[in-house]
Write a protein that binds this ligand. Structure first.
Ligand code: NAD
Ligand code: KPL
Length: 309
């Protein structure tokens, strides 16, 4: 591995985001290797002969190489695109293959999973990402790029941007290096906590929360106070107007948590509201409304046969 440009993008988690990144990197001619969950997934992938990216009317298939976690070969660069609750276990499976100076890019929503992965691989550089891209799986091995967004990447330990950012540029992946990625992640976390659980409990689109603005605003005030208490005041700046702006801007959409629940999928609650409530408990901050919301959401998920963690 002498030429930086030839480093393979190993992608762990061939779901919506993994496929979205893999296909765009491959389209730019960059080496990509998908890491499938197990031999059965690898077999069905090989039968499909590649990943298909759908953008508007246009679709294109890419015959990207794939393997399983127990395959041979060192990993220098790893994009982790599992759900937050799977990330630590998935990285543990390939940890022995990471080169000593490997770089991991963690694309999980919420907070908590990134720290768990970083603790697992202290020899590697962990870059955290926060993305507003929208993608969903139309079927196995076929991803729809539904919303063109932006991805912020950053490293809370070293502020030096990696040289491979130019490969994202080359691949048309809209991005920027952020010197305050934790602030970004906390702010996104606060937005998601103020919006997503209520859309599940009221079974409504984001815009319908305008009818529950008192409840939204009370949560925003408590979130702002908690973030300030935890040393993240900047992430809470003008949270009420920002949350209301997002509710209006995405009025017609169902939140990602609402989509998970209606499709019977496990949510990332532990890395969103669960993380915020744990942060409050750990810092002896009374977060009455957030705790009550967490309780209501957990009960709701249980009633729908979904895990509440
Ligand atoms: P997804 O469920 O579509 O994909 C996750 C993939 O990881 C699945 O294919 C699963 O089989 C795979 N996986 C799980 N454990 C594995 C293991 N041990 N080894 C290999 N593969 C494994 O999820 P997604 O929608 O792509 O979301 C990934 C993350 O990105 C989430 O944290 C989500 O909140 C965040 N995100 C998603 C979007 C979006 O539009 N989809 C947008 C922004 C952020
Ligand atoms: O990020 C979101 C989500 O649905 O997860 C928005 C639309 C901002 C709502 O919190």
């Amino acid at each position: 591995m002498t030429d930086q440009a030839q480093v393979t993008w190993h992608i762990l988690g061939a779901g919506s985001m993994g496929m979205l990144w893999a296909t765009r990197l491959a389209r730019a001619g960059l080496p990509v290797m998908l890491i499938m969950r197990n031999a059965e997934r690898l077999r069905t992938y090989k039968a499909a002969q590649g990943l298909t990216l759908v953008e508007g009317e246009h679709s294109q298939q890419f015959a990207i190489q794939a393997q399983t976690p127990d395959s041979d070969g060192p990993i220098q660069r790893l994009l982790v695109t599992c759900k937050a609750y799977d990330a630590e276990h998935a990285v543990r499976q390939i940890a022995g293959r990471l080169r000593p100076n490997a770089e991991l890019i963690l694309l999980q929503n919420g907070l908590g999973s990134q720290q768990a992965v970083a603790n697992l691989v202290p020899q590697a550089r962990c870059i955290f990402a926060s993305s507003t891209e929208g993608a969903f799986r139309e079927s196995d091995w076929r991803v729809v790029h539904a919303g063109h967004g932006h991805t912020w990447l950053g490293d809370s330990d070293q502020d030096c941007p990696p040289t491979w950012l130019k490969e994202l540029q080359q691949s048309g992946i809209s991005h920027e290096w952020s010197s305050n990625i934790l602030t970004r992640l906390w702010r996104k976390l606060a937005l998601n906590c103020a919006i997503n659980p209520l859309t599940v409990l009221y079974n409504c689109r984001n815009g319908d929360l305008q009818r529950h603005s008192d409840e939204v605003n009370v949560l925003c005030v408590e979130l702002s106070n908690l973030l300030a208490h935890c040393g993240h005041a900047e992430a809470a700046h003008d949270l009420i107007p920002e949350v209301n702006r997002v509710i209006q801007a995405t009025a017609n959409n169902y939140s990602s948590m609402h989509q998970d629940v209606t499709q019977g999928r496990r949510t990332e609650i532990s890395y969103l509201l669960g993380y915020v409530c744990a942060a409050a408990r750990d810092s002896q901050f009374t977060a009455m409304h957030l705790q009550a919301l967490h309780q209501r959401l957990s009960e709701h998920l249980q009633q729908h046969g979904l895990p509440c963690a």
